[in-house]
Design a protein. Structure first.
Ligand code: ARG
Length: 492
């Protein structure tokens, strides 16, 4: 027992000692990139932009020829920058609070997300010159317009802000006794406001105005926050020290500013996209989004079930074996995986392992979910095998059956009946739990649901659609599994 525990601690220890090393090597990569950042992009021929398209008019999505595309002033600016650099633009979408991690781990080359170049962010990334000045507002329900007139009227109340944003910190600091609730997406914030979970939303002025314009039940309050100039500005973030890239981008920005393209062209285009988004907000109109989402959810689940099953079987036999090392490794693995949340594992594979090999989000998602599922499947299989009475092995062995023969002809056929229903349970929960991959930007059903919410400015309808789709899939699967379970009974 003691030994087992010791081995487990060793394994965990190993994992954590390896981590700083991998980070150190990434850090040296960064310093090496100091002067070559621009050359590197030009050599690659692509500029990878990280953004969080839930922030009209900065960045949001719209449907063009049945496909979702990223639009907004940040996207227009990024396109111009890529054109000036003579490279292609590739856009990677993720939650706002993952963006700077993605930048530091080299998943993206630059971040544009209506981001304020605050002093604390400046410590870890390099910013371009300011390209736009916004300001901060508070969005409220129109019916409350008499109650709330400035930031002072929110004292002792609850306000919402996007997680990881400067607005979140500002609300906490500048409104006395306020409770600040963080949400990942702009659409979630609006929904929370409309269902009275929060009394107001602290939001960048242009974005607040966009929501106000598209939703007659909302109105805006001037927060009168004390703001430094950085806190009203937006700038582009690069890896710390990527000065050559930042310099080239600043040249593009200067050109854009000289022609006043942001006000004259980009914001106008964004405005017309916002109008098209609200013309037809029926869920049927968005069926392609949901279809794509469910497709990815099924894809991730199918792969993860497959790999999880193989890994689980191996682990189960390792744990059942007499070999002490096999046993210890399998036990340590299972305990560690079961003892940490899937969400953290997904971030570890994507961002952590990503420091060493740059895996795409979908692959990372499949790997993390499979690794996770393997631990649970192992226990299901082990439990099933253990549930077959020891007497059976003894009888089979004394009749002269070999060890593997006993397992194959006597134990497994009986064990499978106990394993099957539990395995079915595991697969059904895997379909639902795989939804966490949306945090790294995999376009699964949950991710698409959020996009439809922010496109249509409708909160509840997309949730209902996603719920129904999940149910149809899991119910279908459970019927299928029950069918096979029934057949196994007849086979008896
Ligand atoms: N300006 C705020 C910040 O930098 C919020 C930006 C949120 N952007 C987004 N695309 N959701 O903290």
């Amino acid at each position: 027992m003691k030994k087992k525990f010791f081995e487990l601690i060793m394994l965990i220890g190993l994992l954590f000692t390896a981590l700083p090393f991998s980070q150190a090597s990434a850090a040296t990569n960064n310093t090496k990139a100091t002067d070559t950042s621009l050359a590197k992009i030009q050599k690659k021929g692509v500029l990878v932009l990280g953004t969080s398209p839930d922030y009209a008019p900065y960045e949001f999505q719209t449907t063009k020829n049945g496909k979702s595309v990223d639009v907004g002033m940040d996207i227009s600016i990024a396109k111009q920058i890529a054109k000036d650099l003579g490279v292609k633009l590739k856009i990677k979408n993720m939650d706002f609070d993952s963006l700077l991690v993605a930048l530091q781990t080299g998943k993206v080359d630059m971040v544009m997300a209506g981001m304020n170049p605050t002093p604390s962010r400046r410590k870890s990334v390099t910013f371009s010159n300011v390209y736009y000045k916004g300001g901060q507002d508070i969005v409220i329900n129109k019916k409350d317009a008499k109650l709330y007139t400035s930031k002072k009227s929110f004292e002792g109340k609850t306000v919402g802000a996007q997680t990881g944003t400067m607005q979140y910190n500002m609300a906490k600091k500048q409104i006395a006794n306020v409770t600040v609730k963080g949400f990942d997406k702009g659409a979630d914030l609006i929904l929370a406001l409309q269902t009275n979970k929060i009394d107001g939303i602290v939001m960048e002025k242009p974005s607040a105005e966009a929501y106000g314009k598209n939703n007659p039940q909302l109105s805006l309050v001037n927060g009168h926050f004390n703001l430094s100039s950085d806190e009203t500005s937006s700038a582009i973030a690069f890896q710390k020290g990527a000065t050559s890239l930042a310099g080239a981008v600043n040249k593009s920005l200067a050109k854009i500013q000289k022609k006043d393209l942001i006000n004259k062209v980009y914001l106008k285009e964004a405005g017309s996209h916002m109008e098209t988004n609200t013309v037809n907000t029926s869920m049927f109109h968005y069926w392609k989004y949901f279809a794509k989402g469910i497709g990815y959810t099924l894809l991730i689940s199918a792969f993860s079930v497959f790999f999880g099953f193989i890994l689980g079987t191996i682990l189960a036999f390792m744990r059942l074996s007499r070999n002490k090392i096999f046993k210890a490794v399998a036990t340590a693995y299972i305990e560690f995986v079961r003892g940490t949340p899937l969400m953290v594992q997904i971030m570890f594979v994507y961002f952590g392992i990503g420091l060493i090999i740059n895996l795409p989000a979908l692959t990372s998602g499949i790997i993390a979910v499979s690794l996770n599922s393997g631990a649970y499947v192992a226990e299901v299989i082990r439990g099933g095998i253990n549930s077959v009475d020891k007497g059976q092995t003894e009888a089979a062995r004394s009749l002269g059956l070999s060890k593997s023969g006993t397992m194959r002809y006597v134990i497994l056929p009986q064990a499978i009946k106990n394993i099957w229903p539990a395995l079915g349970n595991e697969f059904i929960s895997l379909i639902k739990e795989s939804s966490i991959v949306s945090i790294i930007g995999v376009t699964d059903l949950i991710y698409q649901l959020k996009i439809v919410q922010s496109d249509t400015y409708r909160g509840v309808a997309p949730i209902v659609v996603a719920m129904l789709l999940y149910f149809i899939v899991t119910f279908g699967l459970s019927k299928l599994l029950a069918y096979f379970e029934g057949r196994m009974k007849h086979a008896n």
